[in-house]
Write a protein that binds this ligand. Structure first.
Ligand code: HSE
Length: 297
């Protein structure tokens, strides 16, 4: 009658895949307890570690859960406790973790009426509440693990992507908050054909590199023509962090989700740790508080 869930942080976009690519961090995340209750509907009974709304309709977990319940309508309800570790506005999928956790927990307590992949559509409603846009590139990897691709939004088509065994992610979070809605408002609504050609070449290259374990190809493909130039100016020290990552063996580096976190991918744990150290030195030199994570992909 109760389930405890680890709700992982995620890196969306991965440079070339704005709103379509994401990956799951296996050791950074929130915890959530979902339990059945006699009263129908959803109540958020506890939030620890963040100042977030308890009202179901104003909480991403509540909204995602309600979207699922609308299709099932059981004669009981659910209580949710949320223990946040992922900071809001950090760029590693804080709202996605909560949205994904809620639908995963509720689906489990309902006896799994849905396959995990089919929960993405409900979790996306939490993202819509959080930033005004129902993107799936954080909730899909949070639910499915590993790398995911949103091949299409309409109809929704989520693909789980194989990734090489020695791929690691390093993520540094400068301690400022950047709202996804603000980071989306700086984007242009049109792209040039020239930029689009480079971008879809890189998306294809990245997917091919992941499947063939071609680390050099993964690195060559981690490039963003369209979004990074507009958003990187919002992130303190972005160029220095990226340069430090590349100089210390990163395959590629870019903005994690909508920022301000910055990620680097690398081959092997030792390189990922070396990159982490170099990133820390950059922020220490300018006295900017940060958090750092190294995770296997
Ligand atoms: N794809 C989304 C964006 C992710 O970049 O706005 C937000 O976390």
């Amino acid at each position: 009658n109760e389930i405890k869930i680890f709700c992982p942080a995620t890196i969306a976009n991965l440079s070339c895949g704005f709103d379509v690519l994401g990956l799951c961090l296996d050791n950074v995340g929130d915890e959530m307890v979902v339990r059945k209750s006699a009263e129908k509907g959803i109540r958020i009974t506890k939030i620890v570690g963040a100042d977030l709304p308890l009202e179901t309709e104003n909480n991403v977990s509540g909204v995602a859960g309600l979207a699922l319940l609308e299709t099932v309508n059981p004669d009981f309800g659910f209580e949710i406790e949320i223990y946040k570790n992922i900071k809001a506005g950090s760029g590693i999928g804080s709202s996605a973790a909560s949205s994904a956790g809620a639908v995963f927990g509720i689906n489990a307590l309902l006896g799994y009426p849905y396959q995990t992949k089919d929960l993405v559509q409900f979790a996306m409603q939490g993202e819509k509440l959080a930033c005004g846009n129902a993107h799936a590139d954080n909730v899909a990897p949070a639910l499915l693990g590993g790398f995911t691709l949103v091949r299409s939004y309409s109809p929704l088509d989520i693909i789980k992507i194989e990734s090489p065994s020695e791929l690691y992610a390093t993520v540094v979070h400068p301690q400022i908050e950047l709202k996804t809605s603000d980071a989306r408002s700086v984007l242009k609504q049109t792209v040039s054909l020239k930029s689009a050609i480079m971008q879809w070449g890189n998306v294809g290259g990245l997917i091919a590199g992941l499947y063939t374990q071609d680390y050099d190809l993964i690195g060559r493909s981690l490039h963003d023509e369209i979004v990074e130039p507009l958003r990187s100016v919002l992130i303190p020290g972005f160029d220095s962090i990226k340069q430090a990552a590349l100089e210390n063996g990163a395959l590629g580096s870019g903005i994690s989700g909508s920022g301000p976190s910055i990620f680097a991918l690398s081959k092997g744990a030792a390189t990922a740790e070396k990159i982490a150290k170099a990133m820390c030195e950059v922020y220490e030199a300018i006295n900017l508080p940060y958090e750092i994570h190294v995770s296997k992909v």
